[in-house]
Write a new protein. Structure first.
Lengths: 483, 417, 341
């Protein structure tokens, strides 16, 4: 070929042309627009509709939001300022409501001098969770802890915690962080102590009451260890010992100790709880207590003992079959019927009990999923090692199953945290409806509909969205680990 | 247990109940059974004692007494002279109504949003993500209250539609009028009504029966047509076009019936204080329905998206390689496989929606909880009986839904192989 | 497993806090042992019972609770207010969660008998009325045929409304609402033509509007709503305490005993009835298990009935209710304390 054409070719390019820039319609922003927004008739239509919706929403909300007033003492004053500034027909957001009453949405009727206590309890929650939730990555764990400590300290400072409390608070949190960093094994134990500390911080009173409740568990554990060769009997005896302690002894031991060494915080009664403090208290304690119940139920449902399985299925399906609101009504209307005559729990406690039962059924399903997702080889390996059922569960199955269930547990928590707003229907002051109604019932803030919803809604969104992102991140990490 | 010859069965000793694995499971079950029964007995005993102390009884007699209160939304005739039992049924029907409509609309919305989230259109995909995240991460109660506030604060009152030059205009060719009390929608009317079958206080129009028969007949015929088409396809390899036959079988009788009865829409018109002629859907119903739809729709969108993403790309490529058109790829390859993943979580979303409909309390919609668990409970003071009944009915509903959907699920699953 | 600990703690603390177990039927002993009076109140009805920004409750019903606490425990602040909804109020009482229910509840036959409550008296004579906008052009409830009416669920008003429209051969469209705040919202937004509840509530609601002159309360009062505190059926002594505390407040007004002059009158009064009331002569308190000065403390807590009325819902307050039926019997009202003898 080259022979015949050798003479006829008059020009041979010996250097490459520099690459031309792509045509204007195929480059940069225009290309991006073409590809992502206007790639076909359907897409053009969709884009236009999308912009239309955006415009509609923005043009409705923006004038209202931009005419916002932050400094006013009442709704009427607010409206006057708006009319004076933006003309008589302007409508605007009266964000002064939030400025004046934000503390009620967050803390309910908690005494304002004691705001640092819920803050500290909430900050410590992250330290307690650090060894469990953030163990995947050392740096993430450190960041979360540092943030929790600093924020807790700063917020408590702003909210006017007394100096002594601030110092103790800083010391306690730093000591805890050090414990987590230096002795991770012990950190888990500290996490187990957290609920008692949190209860004490939130409700106040004598330190000895929660301490004695804790002592019951210690006693139970010691009895179990001492008699562990008796097998199941040891467990029963341990439960019995703990029960005897709680019902008969702990009361006066606590009193005696309180008399000898009064470690007291100013007590805060349950009816002063409200707002997000109430929501978070109910949500966190519900989830924390439903976890062990959920594990037991999940194991029972997967058990090969038909009677045990039947009870577990009945319980789980019953709870999952009825709306939470009916369970809350049971807490408020019926729970006292089921207990011995004269017993009377606080309504918050009754709600926590029902929420725990509710969450435990969902938790059981999540954990059952985790158990089912474990490769069969793990069960067989445990059997091959000659471990009995409980040892196999405790040492091999549950640690892995719980780990892969964490994203599910977090989503259960998100769902439950959102559902805590329903407590308004049994007369508790949730942040969403009850608090908004209470504030609206006062003469100053009558007629404020949107502002409370926006404020409470954004807090819910930030918390829930944060948690769901975290659980997705965790899910991705866990998936990678398993491949 | 199998008895092997030559193996001597050890004599039974009491300690074997604890130490022998064969008997231990029996022991554990017996112990668990006894414990559960003891706890249950304890609870029942407490309840009986408490009731006795308060001098209350446990009986459902109150269901047959006069209710005395009115219910704004009712699917069957009801007035304040009826019994609590009838109020219960009215409430149950309201619950069912909002749940069923909610499930349907949430599914439609969820599927659309789920597909659009995967769209190549940047703006739409982002918008849908925002919608899903915002609705998923804020409590349903807030959405209900916000939508209620939108309806009461922003929608015009009915008399804004009055006069020659009304301040507010009706939507959709003057058929729908949203107001701050109710949404007026058109109703169906007949020029030649065929009469009704009387069933107690309700009546079922013969026209309804005629339509139902026509639809069932069309579906039956369609089944045979499709069977024949499949047989022909198997024999000859060529599938006859059937869609126009099927469509005709369905539409022609319906059109004839419509013409015969003179079926037409009656638009609501403003007369006096309110709209008349159409159906006035109370806002509490519309708000609850909308809120449930938007909230559950966001969850379903996520499920649908995950379902579609779960079908590997190779499947659609393989379908394309086989020469399937995109539509058939979707219906024959992607969808059956995605459904497998979609349906189980979808069932639990339907259950959630049904249970969440009890939030009707926030808008005063008289659902089952509003009648039986609300006013009836309050007026009669029979909290034990009412709550037992209420939870029982919800439980039954849940079991029915999950049962029904599980049957559907197992039918979809068969295609898996 | 150890998180289970939490449950134990909370349970133990609650048991410790409420001193839960006590013999049923002796509320007085229970309250004294607990040191706190549990009082069931409205979740928020301004003038009657509402928390302020700091969670301090105030109002007409609250003042009565404080008087009882002062009489029984000697300290009007030793109260735990339990907010109850229309749904949960009676159960809260009958299950023992609250010792006394002062939640503007109507005294009816069924509640007094079938619901096993005991109403101890009437602290406010009310009646159900309607509020409409002036521009609706309605001047009588009889003209409300076909109207949309906002109504709170779970109240006697719901039944009265049904009966009233039925008796007058009229129809109406109810809009069920859950709380007073929501009712106001719906009414303000014109989602209903008329708002019906107790006339006192209507007045309170109207007073809080920016334009009260544009709303009228129709003259028809369609029901009797005697509102009063209630206690559990069966504990007669506790019922007596609740009843006579209420009478003490009413009687104090009748005899001119106020929180200002009470100490002086206790020493100097020559009226034998006042002397008996304030425990200077006879020891009436002993007969109901209290000390001699119980009524004195109750009156001192927030003043006599008239003072409480004036301070919480009277004409000088934003609620602006006239005494009307609730004036002393000597002034043509129905407030009539039984003799302290």
């Amino acid at each position: 070929m080259s022979d015949t054409h050798a003479q006829t070719v008059s020009f041979v390019r010996d250097s490459m042309l520099p690459p031309e820039p792509p045509p204007a319609a195929q480059a940069g922003a225009i290309r991006w627009l073409r590809e992502n927004l206007f790639s076909g008739p359907l897409n053009i239509l969709l884009t236009l509709v999308g912009f239309g919706v955006l415009w509609l929403v923005a043009s409705t909300i923006w004038p209202w939001l931009s005419h916002s007033v932050w400094n006013a003492g009442s709704m009427a004053e607010c409206r006057k300022i708006i009319a004076a500034t933006w003309g008589p027909d302007a409508s605007g957001a009266c964000l002064a409501l939030i400025k004046n009453r934000w503390n009620q949405f967050v803390f309910g009727f908690y005494p304002s001098a004691l705001y640092w206590r819920p803050v500290l309890a909430f900050g410590m929650l992250f330290l307690a969770l650090a060894p469990v939730l953030f163990s995947e990555s050392r740096s993430a764990s450190r960041r979360v802890m540092a943030l929790a400590v600093v924020l807790t300290f700063v917020i408590a400072q702003i909210l006017g915690a007394p100096g002594m409390a601030l110092v103790l608070m800083a010391l306690a949190m730093l000591a805890w962080v050090a414990l987590i960093e230096l002795r991770p094994g012990w950190a888990l134990l500290a996490s187990c102590l957290y609920p008692f500390v949190a209860v004490w911080l939130l409700w106040g009173g004598s330190l000895w009451s929660p301490a004695m409740a804790l002592a019951g568990f210690v006693i139970g554990y010691l009895v179990w260890r001492a008699l562990s060769r008796l097998g199941m009997l040891a467990f029963a005896l341990a439960v019995l010992a703990a029960a005897v302690w709680w019902l008969l002894l702990s009361g006066w031991v606590a009193q005696a100790l309180a008399a000898a060494l009064p470690l007291r915080l100013q007590p805060v009664s349950s009816d002063q709880f409200g707002g997000f403090v109430l929501s978070i208290t109910i949500g966190v304690s519900g989830i924390a207590m439903s976890l062990p119940l959920g594990v037991i139920l999940a194991l029972a449902r997967r058990s090969d003992l038909p009677v045990v399985k039947m009870f577990a299925v009945m319980f789980i399906e019953f709870i999952r079959g009825v709306p939470l609101i009916t369970l809350l009504f049971v807490a408020s209307l019926l729970l006292n019927y089921f207990l011995p005559p004269g017993t009377n729990f606080d309504i918050i406690l009754r709600v926590i009990i029902m929420v725990t039962l509710f969450a435990s059924a969902y938790m059981a399903e999540v954990i059952r999923g985790g158990l089912a997702a474990l490769p069969k080889g793990q069960y067989e390996a445990a059997d091959a090692l000659g471990l009995d059922y409980w040892k196999a569960q405790r040492l091999i199955i549950l640690p892995q199953a719980l780990k892969i269930s964490i994203p599910g547990i977090v989503s259960t928590f998100i769902g439950m945290f959102k559902d805590t707003t329903l407590v308004v229907f049994v007369g508790l002051f949730d942040p969403l409806k009850a608090m908004a109604d209470t504030i609206r019932a006062s003469f100053e803030w009558k007629g404020a509909y949107w502002e409370p919803y926006i404020f409470v809604g954004s807090i819910f969104f930030i918390l829930c969205f944060g948690m769901s992102r975290y659980s997705m991140y965790l899910e991705r990490r866990l998936k990678r680990d398993h491949r | 247990m199998v008895d092997y010859p030559g193996v001597v069965k050890p004599p039974f000793r009491l300690s074997m109940l604890v130490y022998d694995r064969r008997y231990r499971s029996l022991t554990i079950q017996a112990v668990v059974f006894i414990l559960v029964m003891l706890v249950a007995g304890w609870l029942v005993d407490n309840t009986l004692r408490n009731l006795a102390i308060m001098g209350k009884t446990f009986s459902f007699d109150f269901l047959f007494r006069r209710a005395g209160y009115d219910i704004p939304q009712q699917l069957i005739p009801y007035n304040s002279d009826d019994t609590h039992l009838r109020a219960l049924v009215v409430g149950l029907l309201n619950t069912l109504q909002v749940s069923i409509l909610g499930c349907i609309s949430a599914t439609v919305l969820g599927v659309v949003v789920g597909v659009l989230r995967l769209s190549s259109n940047w703006l739409i995909a982002r918008l849908m993500t925002v919608y899903v995240e915002v609705f998923r991460n804020i409590p349903l109660l807030l959405w209900i209250l916000v939508i209620l506030a939108i309806f009461t604060e922003i929608m015009p009152p009915p008399n804004a539609y009055r006069g020659d030059n009304p301040q507010a205009g009706m939507l959709f060719f003057d058929l729908i009028a949203p107001t701050n009390r109710y949404t007026a929608i058109p109703t169906l009317g007949m020029t030649n009504p065929p009469g009704t079958i009387a069933l107690g206080r309700e009546g079922i129009s013969w026209a309804f029966v005629a339509y139902a028969v026509a639809i069932i007949a069309a579906l039956t015929i369609r089944y045979f047509v499709l069977r024949r088409a499949k047989r022909l396809q198997d024999e000859t390899g060529r599938r006859p076009t059937t869609w126009w036959i099927n469509l005709a079988i369905l539409l022609v009788p319906l059109a004839l019936l419509t013409w015969h009865f003179g079926l037409h829409l009656i638009a609501p018109v403003m007369r006096g204080f309110n709209f008349v002629g159409g159906i006035n859907l109370s806002n509490s119903f519309v708000v609850l329905w909308l809120a449930l739809t938007l909230y559950t729709g966001a969850f379903i969108a996520e499920i649908v998206r995950a379902g579609i993403l779960s079908v590997s790309r190779g499947q659609s490529e393989a379908a394309a390689a086989l020469g399937l058109r995109p539509g058939r790829t979707m219906s024959l390859v992607i969808l059956p496989q995605a459904l497998r993943v979609i349906i189980p979580p979808l069932i639990s979303q339907y259950l959630n929606l049904t249970k969440n409909s009890s939030l009707a309390i926030a808008v005063g919609f008289m659902d089952l909880r509003g009648t039986l668990g609300g006013t009836t409970l309050n007026q009669t003071g029979r909290e034990m009986e009412c709550m037992v009944l209420l939870m029982g009915i919800y439980l039954l509903l849940s079991l029915l839904i999950s049962g029904g959907m599980n049957i559907f699920n197992s039918r979809v699953k068969l295609k898996e192989r | 497993m150890k998180k289970f600990a939490f449950f134990g703690t909370v349970a133990a603390m609650a048991l410790a806090a409420t001193g839960a177990l006590a013999a049923e039927g002796d509320t007085l002993k229970e309250v004294k042992a607990r040191g706190v009076l549990n009082c069931g109140v409205n979740t928020g009805l301004i003038g009657f019972a509402a928390p302020d920004a700091n969670g301090n409750w105030s109002g007409f019903d609250i003042a009565y609770c404080k008087a009882v606490a002062a009489a029984v425990l000697g300290d009007p602040t030793k109260i735990k207010f339990v907010p109850t909804t229309g749904q949960t109020r009676f159960t809260a009482l009958s299950s023992g969660e609250v010792d006394i229910l002062a939640r503007n509840s109507t005294w009816t036959f069924q509640r007094d008998t079938d619901l096993k409550l005991d109403f101890v008296g009437v602290n406010y004579y009310d009646g159900q009325g309607f509020m409409v906008r002036k521009d609706l052009g309605v001047s009588s409830a009889k003209e409300l045929d076909g109207a949309t009416v906002c109504i709170q669920t779970g109240t006697t008003t719901e039944l009265n409304l049904a009966d009233y429209f039925k008796a007058n051969g009229m129809t109406y469209q109810p809009v069920n609402i859950d709380s007073n705040a929501e009712g106001e919202q719906q009414y303000m937004a014109k989602a209903c033509d008329a708002y019906t509840t107790d006339a006192s509530g209507l007045a309170a609601t109207r007073a809080s509007f920016a334009d009260p002159e544009n709303h009228i309360i129709l003259p028809e009062i369609i029901s009797k709503e005697p509102l009063g505190p209630a206690v559990r059926h069966g504990d007669n002594n506790w019922g007596d305490i609740a009843r006579w505390t209420l009478f003490a407040l009413i009687a104090a007004e009748e005899y001119g005993v106020t929180s200002a002059n009470i100490d002086e009158l206790a020493k100097s009064s020559t009226n034998p009835e006042v002397q008996r009331l304030l425990g200077t002569t006879d020891d009436l308190g002993k007969m109901i298990g209290l000390d001699a000065e119980w009524a004195k403390r109750a009156i001192k807590a927030g003043g006599n009935y008239g003072e409480i009325f004036a301070a919480t819902i009277g004409e000088q307050t934003p609620i602006g209710l006239a005494r009307g039926l609730n004036a002393q019997w000597t002034q043509g009202g129905l407030m009539y304390a039984m003799p302290f003898r």
